[in-house]
Design a protein around this ligand. Structure first.
Ligand SMILES: [Zn+2]
Length: 70
């Protein structure tokens, strides 16, 4: 199952917004070796990663997904 990453994410170091790294060829998010999304911090110019399961999903939405898979 894949959660769709946000195109922007708050930098972990409170620098502001980071932009999602996307593969130019296929338009998919570039994942690191652990399957984390990668973001580029616009202010301090460094990469940081976000684990897909760290992103909070609405419980109701999750329940709907489970039902739709059955
Ligand atoms: Zn930063």
């Amino acid at each position: 199952m894949h959660t769709q990453p946000a195109t922007q994410h708050q930098c972990r170091h409170n620098h502001g917004i980071g932009m999602l790294l996307v593969d130019i060829d296929n338009g998919k998010p570039q994942l690191d070796s652990r399957g984390n999304w990668q973001y580029y911090c616009l202010q301090e110019h460094h990469l940081f990663t976000v684990r897909p399961n760290e992103v909070e999903a609405a419980p109701a939405e999750d329940a709907q997904k489970v039902i739709s898979l059955v």
